[in-house]
Ligand binder design. Structure first.
Ligand SMILES: Cc1ncc(COP(=O)(O)O)c(C=O)c1O
Length: 345
């Protein structure tokens, strides 16, 4: 397969049927977004930057800014610098060494805040971002949490799924900015209005109404604020997993399916495997796997790190509790969000 440039390689990722186990009835297909040059957010960077160039919001050669410490930063570094834009990423000391190496080697400017602000690391990052934008008045701030180009980037992903599978019955995706689940679901529902949409979140994340618990260990999934790009009306059911469960599932994913991925893929895998036991045969379930495991070598995949965080046993209990959507949860639980329609009347 030949491409004229690296940006053209983004998208059209493999869809792989998981082997699962003898209890599984439905079919689970993993969309390997981790096989993009860096990860799932390469799609967002490509769509947002090309759209902003077309609208004139991003001028030729102007700098691009974003606050991120992970997949979004890498995507912007890749697309932005390839198109001749200086890229400035604002991050904090929690950034991992693999991400840092990727950003710096591509020629990206990485600004690391040195202390928390009144609103934690996120607040300190935003303060620095605003001061950088003041110095670069022609700069373009991508704003993944509210930029409609984020969910729109996944229209293509949904079409790839429909092309490969014909019909998708259930979509399972991790939620952070909300772009991937909302954009993919919106398009899939055009082909199958009954497609069930399942969001996967971390315990202690506020996205679906849990009280905020700072110090969560899971990367990418969960948030301390509710991003505008989360379209709650599209999501039928939400599962929350704690750090132990997410790590255990990630390690099981590598061991059982030979897919070396990050913790959001692990949590999505756990939910997809459980779903596959509780549906009719031939049900087609899609699980989105956002990023590779490399940047978690010193955390999820490190025995020493896990022990230092008190994560000693890695057995995943296959008994998630069904709870009302306003219950506060500390371990794998799920709630239906369908009732919001009746509440809204
Ligand atoms: C590794 C990883 N998984 C999942 C997500 C969640 O995706 P989204 O922001 O589209 O909700 C992110 C977001 O940053 C991520 O980096």
């Amino acid at each position: 397969m030949m491409y004229q440039n690296i940006i053209d390689t983004i998208g059209n990722t493999p869809l792989v049927k998981l082997q699962l186990d003898k209890y599984s009835i439905g079919e689970v297909y993993a969309k390997l977004e981790l096989q993009n040059p860096f990860g799932m957010k390469d799609r967002v960077a490509k769509n947002a930057i090309l759209t902003a160039k077309e609208s004139g919001e991003l001028k030729e050669g102007s700098a691009i800014f974003e606050s991120s410490s992970g997949t979004m930063a890498c995507g912007i570094a890749l697309v932005g610098t390839s198109l001749g834009h200086p890229v400035h990423i604002v991050t904090d000391p929690r950034v991992d060494t693999v991400t840092m190496a990727k950003l710096q080697s591509l020629g990206c400017n990485v600004h690391v805040v040195d202390k928390m602000g009144v609103q934690g690391w996120q607040g300190a990052r935003l303060d620095l971002l605003h001061s950088l934008l003041e110095q670069h008045p022609k700069g373009y701030w991508l704003r993944q949490y509210e930029n409609p180009s984020n969910p729109q980037a996944y229209t293509e992903l949904a079409r790839e799924l429909v092309k490969d599978l014909g019909q998708v019955d259930i979509l399972i995706a991790a939620v952070g900015s909300g772009g991937s689940i909302s954009g993919t679901a919106r398009e899939l529902k055009k082909y199958n209005p009954n497609c069930k949409i399942i969001g996967v979140d971390a315990t202690g994340s506020v996205i679906f109404g849990q009280p905020d618990r700072p110090g969560r260990l899971q990367g990418g999934i969960g948030n301390s604020l509710i991003a505008k790009n989360v379209d709650h009306f599209l999501i039928d059911e939400v599962h929350w997993l704690n750090d132990h469960e997410a790590f255990a599932a990630t390690i099981e994913l590598a061991r059982n399916e030979k897919i070396f991925a990050g913790n959001s893929s692990g949590s999505v895998y756990a939910v997809a495997r459980w779903m596959s036991r509780n549906v009719a045969s031939n049900t087609k379930i899609v699980a989105i796997f956002p990023d590779r495991g490399d940047r978690y070598a010193d955390t999820i995949y490190s025995n020493d790190y896990r022990q230092s965080k008190g994560i000693n046993h890695l057995e995943l209990c296959y008994n998630p509790k069904e709870v009302p959507k306003n219950a506060v949860v500390h371990s794998w639980s799920y709630a239906s969000f369908l009732e919001r329609f009746t509440n809204a009347k």
